[in-house]
Design a protein around this ligand. Structure first.
Ligand SMILES: Cc1ncc(COP(=O)(O)O)c(C=O)c1O
Length: 397
Protein backbone atom coordinates (compact mmCIF):
# COMPACT_ATOMS: atom_id res chain seq x y z
CA UNK A 1 0.00 0.00 0.00
CA UNK A 2 1.40 3.38 -0.98
CA UNK A 3 1.89 6.26 1.46
CA UNK A 4 2.62 6.43 5.17
CA UNK A 5 0.56 4.62 7.75
CA UNK A 6 -1.11 6.90 10.26
CA UNK A 7 -0.34 6.21 13.91
CA UNK A 8 -2.92 7.92 16.09
CA UNK A 9 -2.81 5.61 19.10
CA UNK A 10 -1.80 7.04 22.48
CA UNK A 11 1.54 5.26 22.44
CA UNK A 12 3.65 4.16 20.80
CA UNK A 13 3.77 7.58 19.18
CA UNK A 14 5.38 8.88 16.02
CA UNK A 15 9.15 8.76 16.20
CA UNK A 16 11.07 11.80 14.93
CA UNK A 17 13.72 11.26 12.31
CA UNK A 18 16.34 12.78 14.64
CA UNK A 19 15.64 10.07 17.20
CA UNK A 20 15.73 7.27 14.65
CA UNK A 21 19.01 8.61 13.39
CA UNK A 22 20.44 8.86 16.91
CA UNK A 23 19.69 5.16 17.37
CA UNK A 24 21.13 4.11 14.03
CA UNK A 25 24.49 3.35 15.59
CA UNK A 26 26.65 0.30 16.05
CA UNK A 27 26.10 -1.50 19.33
CA UNK A 28 28.31 -0.25 22.11
CA UNK A 29 30.23 -1.49 25.11
CA UNK A 30 28.23 -0.42 28.15
CA UNK A 31 31.28 -0.96 30.35
CA UNK A 32 33.61 1.16 28.23
CA UNK A 33 35.76 3.59 30.24
CA UNK A 34 34.22 6.59 28.49
CA UNK A 35 30.59 5.39 28.76
CA UNK A 36 29.94 7.66 31.79
CA UNK A 37 30.72 10.70 29.62
CA UNK A 38 27.45 9.83 27.88
CA UNK A 39 25.36 8.58 30.79
CA UNK A 40 26.13 11.02 33.61
CA UNK A 41 24.84 14.09 31.71
CA UNK A 42 21.88 12.00 30.53
CA UNK A 43 20.86 11.22 34.13
CA UNK A 44 21.18 14.90 35.07
CA UNK A 45 19.29 16.24 32.08
CA UNK A 46 16.46 13.77 32.47
CA UNK A 47 15.74 15.29 35.88
CA UNK A 48 14.74 18.53 34.18
CA UNK A 49 12.00 16.71 32.27
CA UNK A 50 10.62 15.41 35.58
CA UNK A 51 11.21 18.83 37.16
CA UNK A 52 13.20 17.47 40.02
CA UNK A 53 16.50 18.61 41.45
CA UNK A 54 16.16 16.71 44.71
CA UNK A 55 15.09 13.31 43.40
CA UNK A 56 16.79 10.75 41.20
CA UNK A 57 15.60 9.38 37.89
CA UNK A 58 16.27 5.74 37.08
CA UNK A 59 16.16 4.19 33.62
CA UNK A 60 15.24 0.51 33.52
CA UNK A 61 14.91 -1.74 30.51
CA UNK A 62 11.17 -2.39 30.60
CA UNK A 63 7.93 -0.55 30.08
CA UNK A 64 5.54 1.50 32.19
CA UNK A 65 4.33 -1.64 33.94
CA UNK A 66 7.86 -2.32 35.15
CA UNK A 67 7.96 1.23 36.46
CA UNK A 68 4.80 0.58 38.52
CA UNK A 69 6.37 -2.58 39.91
CA UNK A 70 9.56 -0.76 40.84
CA UNK A 71 7.58 1.88 42.74
CA UNK A 72 5.85 -0.72 44.89
CA UNK A 73 8.68 -3.20 45.37
CA UNK A 74 11.20 -0.60 46.53
CA UNK A 75 9.06 1.19 49.07
CA UNK A 76 6.46 -1.13 50.58
CA UNK A 77 6.14 -4.32 52.59
CA UNK A 78 3.60 -7.16 52.34
CA UNK A 79 0.31 -6.15 53.96
CA UNK A 80 0.95 -2.40 53.66
CA UNK A 81 -2.12 -0.39 52.79
CA UNK A 82 -2.28 1.74 49.67
CA UNK A 83 -5.01 4.13 48.58
CA UNK A 84 -5.79 4.03 44.86
CA UNK A 85 -8.62 4.98 42.55
CA UNK A 86 -9.82 3.09 39.52
CA UNK A 87 -11.30 5.06 36.65
CA UNK A 88 -9.90 3.28 33.60
CA UNK A 89 -7.88 0.28 32.53
CA UNK A 90 -4.49 1.65 33.56
CA UNK A 91 -5.50 2.88 37.00
CA UNK A 92 -7.11 -0.55 37.42
CA UNK A 93 -3.98 -2.41 36.37
CA UNK A 94 -1.73 -0.57 38.81
CA UNK A 95 -4.10 -1.32 41.70
CA UNK A 96 -4.23 -4.94 40.52
CA UNK A 97 -0.44 -5.11 40.50
CA UNK A 98 -0.44 -3.91 44.11
CA UNK A 99 -2.84 -6.69 45.07
CA UNK A 100 -0.70 -9.27 43.33
CA UNK A 101 2.21 -8.01 45.43
CA UNK A 102 0.27 -8.77 48.60
CA UNK A 103 -0.60 -5.20 49.48
CA UNK A 104 -3.91 -4.23 51.03
CA UNK A 105 -5.44 -2.03 48.38
CA UNK A 106 -8.15 0.48 49.17
CA UNK A 107 -9.26 1.01 45.56
CA UNK A 108 -11.92 3.69 45.15
CA UNK A 109 -14.19 2.87 42.24
CA UNK A 110 -14.82 5.95 40.14
CA UNK A 111 -17.09 6.30 37.15
CA UNK A 112 -15.00 6.00 33.97
CA UNK A 113 -14.80 9.48 32.49
CA UNK A 114 -13.84 11.14 35.75
CA UNK A 115 -10.49 11.21 37.50
CA UNK A 116 -9.03 11.12 40.98
CA UNK A 117 -11.80 11.76 43.55
CA UNK A 118 -10.16 14.36 45.77
CA UNK A 119 -13.06 14.41 48.22
CA UNK A 120 -12.93 10.64 48.78
CA UNK A 121 -9.14 10.71 49.09
CA UNK A 122 -9.49 13.43 51.70
CA UNK A 123 -12.06 11.41 53.69
CA UNK A 124 -10.05 8.19 53.58
CA UNK A 125 -6.80 9.90 54.52
CA UNK A 126 -8.43 11.95 57.28
CA UNK A 127 -9.94 8.75 58.72
CA UNK A 128 -6.53 7.07 58.68
CA UNK A 129 -5.39 8.47 62.02
CA UNK A 130 -2.73 5.78 62.58
CA UNK A 131 -1.23 6.38 59.15
CA UNK A 132 -1.73 2.82 58.02
CA UNK A 133 -1.92 4.01 54.42
CA UNK A 134 1.67 3.95 53.23
CA UNK A 135 1.20 5.08 49.65
CA UNK A 136 -1.35 7.03 47.65
CA UNK A 137 -1.54 6.15 43.96
CA UNK A 138 -2.80 8.40 41.19
CA UNK A 139 -2.86 7.93 37.44
CA UNK A 140 -2.20 11.45 36.18
CA UNK A 141 -3.46 10.72 32.70
CA UNK A 142 -5.80 7.77 32.30
CA UNK A 143 -5.05 6.76 28.73
CA UNK A 144 -8.09 4.49 28.47
CA UNK A 145 -10.59 7.30 28.98
CA UNK A 146 -8.63 10.46 28.15
CA UNK A 147 -8.89 11.85 31.66
CA UNK A 148 -6.30 13.97 33.45
CA UNK A 149 -6.25 14.21 37.24
CA UNK A 150 -5.15 16.89 39.65
CA UNK A 151 -1.89 15.76 41.24
CA UNK A 152 -1.25 19.04 43.04
CA UNK A 153 -4.69 18.61 44.64
CA UNK A 154 -3.70 15.24 46.10
CA UNK A 155 -0.47 16.72 47.44
CA UNK A 156 -2.46 19.54 49.11
CA UNK A 157 -4.69 17.01 50.87
CA UNK A 158 -1.69 15.05 52.17
CA UNK A 159 -0.02 18.24 53.37
CA UNK A 160 -3.15 19.70 54.97
CA UNK A 161 -3.70 16.48 56.90
CA UNK A 162 -0.01 16.05 57.70
CA UNK A 163 -0.32 12.54 56.28
CA UNK A 164 3.09 10.94 55.58
CA UNK A 165 2.02 8.48 52.85
CA UNK A 166 4.16 8.40 49.73
CA UNK A 167 2.57 10.00 46.67
CA UNK A 168 3.03 7.77 43.62
CA UNK A 169 2.04 9.00 40.20
CA UNK A 170 1.56 7.16 36.95
CA UNK A 171 2.87 9.66 34.43
CA UNK A 172 3.22 7.21 31.56
CA UNK A 173 1.04 9.22 29.17
CA UNK A 174 1.64 12.63 30.73
CA UNK A 175 5.31 13.19 31.53
CA UNK A 176 7.07 15.08 28.69
CA UNK A 177 3.70 15.98 27.15
CA UNK A 178 1.66 17.81 29.78
CA UNK A 179 2.55 19.72 32.92
CA UNK A 180 4.27 17.58 35.52
CA UNK A 181 6.24 18.94 38.48
CA UNK A 182 7.84 16.27 40.59
CA UNK A 183 9.42 18.45 43.31
CA UNK A 184 6.75 21.14 43.47
CA UNK A 185 3.96 18.58 43.77
CA UNK A 186 5.94 16.47 46.22
CA UNK A 187 5.70 13.35 44.08
CA UNK A 188 7.64 10.47 45.62
CA UNK A 189 7.61 8.07 42.71
CA UNK A 190 6.81 9.20 39.16
CA UNK A 191 6.52 6.44 36.59
CA UNK A 192 6.95 6.94 32.88
CA UNK A 193 7.83 4.93 29.80
CA UNK A 194 9.72 5.62 26.61
CA UNK A 195 7.00 5.15 23.98
CA UNK A 196 4.76 8.16 24.57
CA UNK A 197 5.90 11.71 25.27
CA UNK A 198 9.53 10.68 24.91
CA UNK A 199 8.81 9.66 21.29
CA UNK A 200 10.97 6.52 21.52
CA UNK A 201 10.28 2.86 20.92
CA UNK A 202 8.91 0.92 23.88
CA UNK A 203 11.63 -0.51 26.05
CA UNK A 204 12.41 1.84 28.91
CA UNK A 205 10.72 2.39 32.24
CA UNK A 206 11.78 5.84 33.37
CA UNK A 207 11.13 6.46 37.05
CA UNK A 208 11.65 9.54 39.20
CA UNK A 209 12.15 8.82 42.90
CA UNK A 210 12.24 11.28 45.80
CA UNK A 211 14.72 11.16 48.68
CA UNK A 212 11.79 10.33 50.98
CA UNK A 213 10.95 7.27 48.89
CA UNK A 214 14.61 6.22 48.89
CA UNK A 215 14.66 6.55 52.67
CA UNK A 216 11.54 4.35 52.88
CA UNK A 217 13.35 1.77 50.80
CA UNK A 218 15.52 0.93 53.82
CA UNK A 219 12.55 -0.69 55.56
CA UNK A 220 10.69 -2.04 52.51
CA UNK A 221 10.32 -5.82 52.64
CA UNK A 222 8.92 -6.66 49.22
CA UNK A 223 11.49 -8.52 47.13
CA UNK A 224 13.56 -6.37 44.80
CA UNK A 225 15.97 -7.61 42.18
CA UNK A 226 15.65 -6.43 38.58
CA UNK A 227 14.03 -3.17 39.69
CA UNK A 228 16.19 -2.55 42.77
CA UNK A 229 16.77 1.20 43.15
CA UNK A 230 19.73 0.46 45.42
CA UNK A 231 21.61 -1.41 42.70
CA UNK A 232 20.88 1.46 40.32
CA UNK A 233 22.18 4.05 42.78
CA UNK A 234 25.40 2.11 43.38
CA UNK A 235 26.22 1.84 39.69
CA UNK A 236 24.58 4.96 38.22
CA UNK A 237 26.75 7.21 40.36
CA UNK A 238 29.72 6.19 38.22
CA UNK A 239 27.73 6.22 34.99
CA UNK A 240 27.05 2.50 34.79
CA UNK A 241 24.15 0.09 35.31
CA UNK A 242 23.68 -3.05 37.41
CA UNK A 243 23.09 -5.08 34.23
CA UNK A 244 23.13 -4.57 30.48
CA UNK A 245 21.26 -1.36 29.73
CA UNK A 246 19.30 -0.70 26.53
CA UNK A 247 22.09 1.50 25.19
CA UNK A 248 20.53 2.07 21.78
CA UNK A 249 17.39 3.40 23.44
CA UNK A 250 19.54 5.57 25.70
CA UNK A 251 21.03 7.14 22.57
CA UNK A 252 17.48 7.82 21.43
CA UNK A 253 16.61 9.21 24.86
CA UNK A 254 19.51 11.66 24.58
CA UNK A 255 18.06 12.92 21.29
CA UNK A 256 14.57 13.03 22.80
CA UNK A 257 15.63 15.19 25.76
CA UNK A 258 17.52 17.50 23.40
CA UNK A 259 14.45 17.90 21.19
CA UNK A 260 12.12 18.52 24.15
CA UNK A 261 14.49 21.10 25.57
CA UNK A 262 15.12 22.79 22.23
CA UNK A 263 11.37 23.31 21.87
CA UNK A 264 11.08 24.18 25.56
CA UNK A 265 8.94 22.07 27.89
CA UNK A 266 6.35 24.83 28.33
CA UNK A 267 6.03 25.10 24.53
CA UNK A 268 5.68 21.33 24.30
CA UNK A 269 2.78 21.51 26.77
CA UNK A 270 1.20 24.44 24.92
CA UNK A 271 1.48 22.58 21.61
CA UNK A 272 -0.22 19.54 23.10
CA UNK A 273 -3.00 21.71 24.49
CA UNK A 274 -3.59 23.46 21.18
CA UNK A 275 -3.59 20.25 19.15
CA UNK A 276 -5.87 18.52 21.67
CA UNK A 277 -8.29 21.42 21.64
CA UNK A 278 -8.57 21.08 17.84
CA UNK A 279 -9.47 17.39 18.27
CA UNK A 280 -12.07 18.29 20.91
CA UNK A 281 -13.62 20.87 18.58
CA UNK A 282 -13.81 18.20 15.89
CA UNK A 283 -15.54 15.77 18.24
CA UNK A 284 -18.09 18.42 19.14
CA UNK A 285 -18.70 19.24 15.48
CA UNK A 286 -19.31 15.55 14.73
CA UNK A 287 -22.00 15.61 17.41
CA UNK A 288 -20.13 12.97 19.41
CA UNK A 289 -19.16 12.96 23.06
CA UNK A 290 -15.89 12.45 24.84
CA UNK A 291 -15.66 9.81 27.52
CA UNK A 292 -14.13 12.52 29.77
CA UNK A 293 -17.10 14.02 31.54
CA UNK A 294 -16.10 17.66 31.67
CA UNK A 295 -13.36 20.12 30.77
CA UNK A 296 -11.69 19.67 34.14
CA UNK A 297 -10.88 16.11 33.11
CA UNK A 298 -9.90 16.71 29.47
CA UNK A 299 -6.62 15.15 28.49
CA UNK A 300 -4.25 16.93 26.16
CA UNK A 301 -2.62 13.67 25.10
CA UNK A 302 -5.54 11.41 24.23
CA UNK A 303 -9.24 11.75 23.47
CA UNK A 304 -11.55 8.79 24.00
CA UNK A 305 -14.58 9.35 21.78
CA UNK A 306 -17.90 7.58 22.34
CA UNK A 307 -19.82 6.20 19.40
CA UNK A 308 -23.62 6.61 19.49
CA UNK A 309 -25.77 3.86 21.05
CA UNK A 310 -26.23 0.95 18.66
CA UNK A 311 -22.82 1.33 16.98
CA UNK A 312 -19.65 -0.60 17.65
CA UNK A 313 -16.51 1.51 18.00
CA UNK A 314 -14.51 -1.49 16.78
CA UNK A 315 -16.10 -1.09 13.34
CA UNK A 316 -14.71 2.43 13.17
CA UNK A 317 -11.29 1.24 14.31
CA UNK A 318 -11.20 -1.69 11.87
CA UNK A 319 -12.34 0.42 8.94
CA UNK A 320 -9.82 3.14 9.71
CA UNK A 321 -7.07 0.54 9.88
CA UNK A 322 -7.84 -1.65 6.88
CA UNK A 323 -9.23 0.90 4.46
CA UNK A 324 -7.29 3.99 5.37
CA UNK A 325 -4.13 2.73 7.10
CA UNK A 326 -4.91 4.68 10.23
CA UNK A 327 -4.38 3.16 13.66
CA UNK A 328 -6.77 4.46 16.29
CA UNK A 329 -6.75 3.41 19.93
CA UNK A 330 -9.30 0.76 20.89
CA UNK A 331 -11.67 0.94 23.82
CA UNK A 332 -10.32 -1.16 26.67
CA UNK A 333 -12.22 -3.30 29.15
CA UNK A 334 -15.43 -1.55 30.33
CA UNK A 335 -15.45 0.82 27.36
CA UNK A 336 -14.53 -1.77 24.69
CA UNK A 337 -16.75 -1.23 21.65
CA UNK A 338 -18.02 2.03 23.12
CA UNK A 339 -15.08 4.33 22.42
CA UNK A 340 -12.28 4.78 19.98
CA UNK A 341 -9.29 6.87 20.94
CA UNK A 342 -7.21 9.42 19.12
CA UNK A 343 -3.75 9.75 20.58
CA UNK A 344 -2.44 13.28 20.12
CA UNK A 345 0.89 13.27 21.83
CA UNK A 346 4.55 13.26 21.09
CA UNK A 347 5.97 14.31 17.76
CA UNK A 348 2.89 15.87 16.27
CA UNK A 349 1.70 18.91 14.36
CA UNK A 350 -1.55 20.18 12.87
CA UNK A 351 -1.10 18.31 9.61
CA UNK A 352 -0.67 15.02 11.41
CA UNK A 353 -3.80 15.68 13.46
CA UNK A 354 -5.67 16.34 10.23
CA UNK A 355 -4.67 12.97 8.85
CA UNK A 356 -6.19 11.37 11.97
CA UNK A 357 -9.33 13.51 11.84
CA UNK A 358 -9.80 12.90 8.11
CA UNK A 359 -9.30 9.16 8.61
CA UNK A 360 -11.82 9.14 11.46
CA UNK A 361 -14.36 10.98 9.31
CA UNK A 362 -14.05 8.41 6.52
CA UNK A 363 -14.31 5.54 8.99
CA UNK A 364 -17.31 7.07 10.80
CA UNK A 365 -19.07 7.55 7.49
CA UNK A 366 -18.33 3.99 6.38
CA UNK A 367 -19.63 2.72 9.73
CA UNK A 368 -22.91 4.50 9.10
CA UNK A 369 -22.59 7.02 11.90
CA UNK A 370 -24.45 10.20 11.00
CA UNK A 371 -22.51 13.45 10.96
CA UNK A 372 -21.67 16.11 8.45
CA UNK A 373 -18.57 15.08 6.51
CA UNK A 374 -15.84 17.67 6.89
CA UNK A 375 -17.39 19.21 10.00
CA UNK A 376 -14.73 17.96 12.39
CA UNK A 377 -11.85 18.75 10.08
CA UNK A 378 -13.40 22.18 9.49
CA UNK A 379 -13.74 22.89 13.20
CA UNK A 380 -10.08 21.96 13.72
CA UNK A 381 -9.04 24.12 10.75
CA UNK A 382 -10.84 27.06 12.33
CA UNK A 383 -9.29 26.42 15.74
CA UNK A 384 -5.74 26.01 14.49
CA UNK A 385 -5.98 28.98 12.21
CA UNK A 386 -7.48 31.19 14.92
CA UNK A 387 -4.79 30.20 17.39
CA UNK A 388 -1.94 30.35 14.88
CA UNK A 389 -1.36 34.05 15.52
CA UNK A 390 0.89 33.12 18.40
CA UNK A 391 3.17 31.10 16.12
CA UNK A 392 6.14 32.74 14.41
CA UNK A 393 5.91 33.58 10.70
CA UNK A 394 9.61 34.09 10.15
CA UNK A 395 10.98 30.68 11.10
CA UNK A 396 9.85 27.09 11.32
CA UNK A 397 8.58 26.63 14.89
C1 LIG B 1 -1.34 5.61 31.86
C2 LIG B 1 -0.62 4.33 31.58
N1 LIG B 1 -0.01 3.69 32.58
C3 LIG B 1 0.66 2.56 32.39
C4 LIG B 1 0.74 1.98 31.16
C5 LIG B 1 1.46 0.71 31.01
O1 LIG B 1 2.62 0.95 30.34
P1 LIG B 1 3.33 -0.15 29.41
O2 LIG B 1 2.32 -0.61 28.43
O3 LIG B 1 4.46 0.63 28.83
O4 LIG B 1 3.78 -1.22 30.33
C6 LIG B 1 0.16 2.61 30.07
C7 LIG B 1 0.25 2.04 28.73
O5 LIG B 1 -0.33 2.50 27.78
C8 LIG B 1 -0.53 3.83 30.28
O6 LIG B 1 -1.13 4.46 29.28
Amino acid sequence: MAGFKGLAVPGPTNMPFQIRQAMDVALEDHRAPDFPEFTLPLFQDLKRIFKTTKGQVFIFPGSGTGGWESAIANTLSPGDRVLASVFGQFSYLWADLCERFGLEVDAVDVEWGKGVPLDVYEQRLAADKDHKIKAVLVCQNETATGVTSDIAGVRRILDDLGHPALLMVDGVSSIASIDFRMDEWGVDVAVSGSQKGFMLPTGLAIVGVSQKALETKKTAKLPQCFFDYGDMIKTNKDGYFPYTPAVTLLRGLRASIDMLEAEGLENVFARHNRLAEGVRKAVEAWGLKLCAQGPEWYSDTVSAIMVPEGFDANDVIKTAYYRYQLSLGAGLSKVAGKVFRIGHLGYLNELMVFSALGGVEMALRDAGIKFEAGSGVGAAVAHYSETAQALPLDKVA
